[in-house]
Write a new protein. Structure first.
Length: 424
């Protein structure tokens, strides 16, 4: 063995140099995490029949992210020995929780335990192949033994943890409602759940399959800046505000979003209650958009409801107003966007107002926006603009003169409101 390393053993490597090289190795692998994750996912497709039979996109959306999380956990384990024993143990337990959860999901997805453990062995082989090619190992092969030992211990530890979690779930010992709830939520949103599975899991959570449901989507106004703690706090806030009267809702985190599938047992009377709760949620979560779909009959319609909630958020205009955005609001945007008269609305209404504002340093367009936002109420508009109601009335009269559209006539007012949407 000493001849392989040029008469040097791992013990000969200076401790400070070893720590520096390991830090450099960690940085190198971090920079290639996405690429390594794709290699691992490809090895799963090539070698494991059960993984190839999973629904389209499942490896990319679930299996590959778990593999990348495993890589991050392994990299963290390379420095664990420098931590106090108690702290090291807490870190290990926290990291293993992710993989125990994934094992429970694989059980409910019908993946055999043999295929699950095969995946973790493939993970270890693929990661070790990438580590061997790293310049820190090529230039210092004696360090390879140290790192190889750490990788082997990590794979053994994670494999043991996932096998135990899988077998405990299979024997009915684990009842991790949160993991199964996330699994059901994901299946409903993606439309990948069979009617039998929806029926079984909905009974598990006490969710009727035939009532009407709406989807509520909460997303940060600044994506990629939400920490896990932020998402947990948002989830708790959503659960505190959204509370149907007869049963609970199905609520969970998906990527950087919080999603709730909200039942309306008496659709007509509960729509207003949902609007009130969603608006209160938007006020408290001022850093987030809150989108709400139409109501649909049956849990199997959740994927369509989720897309509508997304549409409601994607068409949200950034304003100081804090309220939930309903799909009915977004429908007007879609109507305007697809209308051949969109440019006519802009040219006939918005352009004359903009030109007047430029020429006279006026605020007619801002007044029209405030008037629509205030529900066409003169006093509310005046309060928002900090002017007198008569000032608002004068400006609206000037808009009538410029455009030929009377802000006090219903049909004309509708055209003015649509023109504002076209101006976006």
């Amino acid at each position: 063995m000493t001849e392989q390393f040029g008469n040097r053993t791992p013990d000969d490597l200076d401790s400070a140099v070893s720590e520096r090289l390991i830090d450099e190795l960690i940085d190198h692998l971090h920079s290639r995490a996405e690429e390594i994750g794709e290699l691992i996912a490809q090895s799963y497709r090539d070698s494991i029949v059960e993984y190839r039979s999973l629904p389209d996109g499942f490896i990319e959306q679930d299996v590959a992210p778990t593999a990348r999380a495993n890589l991050e956990a392994m990299l963290a384990s390379l420095t664990d020995e420098t931590c106090p024993v108690t702290e090291q143990g807490e870190r290990i337990n926290a990291r293993l929780a992710t993989f125990r959860d994934s094992a429970v999901r694989r059980f409910h997805q019908g993946v055999p335990v043999q295929a699950l453990l095969h995946a973790y062995r493939l993970w270890g082989h693929t990661v070790w192949a990438q580590v061997r090619q790293a310049p820190q190992i090529r230039d210092n092969p004696e360090l390879g033994l140290v790192v190889a030992g750490k990788i082997m211990r990590h794979v053994d530890m994670v494999s043991t943890a996932v096998a135990e979690a899988y077998l405990e779930e299979a024997s009915g010992v684990i009842r991790d409602r949160e993991v199964v709830r996330r699994d059901l939520l994901e299946a409903l949103i993606t439309g990948n759940a069979s009617p039998e599975r929806i029926d079984r899991l909905s009974r598990y959570f006490g969710l009727p399959t035939t009532v009407r449901y709406a989807a509520v989507l909460v997303r940060s106004r600044q994506l990629s800046r939400s920490s896990p703690e932020d998402l947990r706090n948002t989830l708790e806030t959503v659960r505190r505000h959204l509370h149907p009267t007869e049963t609970g809702s199905l609520t969970g985190v998906r990527d950087e979003e919080v999603v709730a599938i909200y039942p309306l047992h008496q659709a007509a009377s509960q729509r207003e209650m949902l609007r009130t709760q969603a608006d209160a949620l938007a006020v408290e979560l001022s850093q987030c958009h809150v989108g709400v779909s139409r109501t649909h009959t049956g849990l199997e319609t959740a994927s369509a409801a989720y897309r509508e909630a997304q549409d409601a958020i994607s068409s949200t205009e950034i304003t100081a107003e804090r309220r939930a955005r309903f799909y009915s609001d977004a429908m007007l945007d879609h109507i305007v966007e697809s209308s051949p008269f969109k440019s006519v609305l802009y040219e006939e209404i918005i352009e004359p107002i903009e030109q007047y504002d430029r020429d006279h340093h006026a605020d007619l367009l801002a007044t029209l926006r405030a008037y629509c936002a205030a529900g066409f109420n003169l006093s509310g508009t005046a309060k928002a603009l900090i002017v007198q109601p008569n000032t608002v009335r004068y400006r609206l009269k000037r808009i009538h003169e410029l455009t030929g559209q009377d802000p006090f006539a219903p049909n004309n007012l509708l055209l003015l409101a649509l023109a504002l949407r076209a101006a976006r």
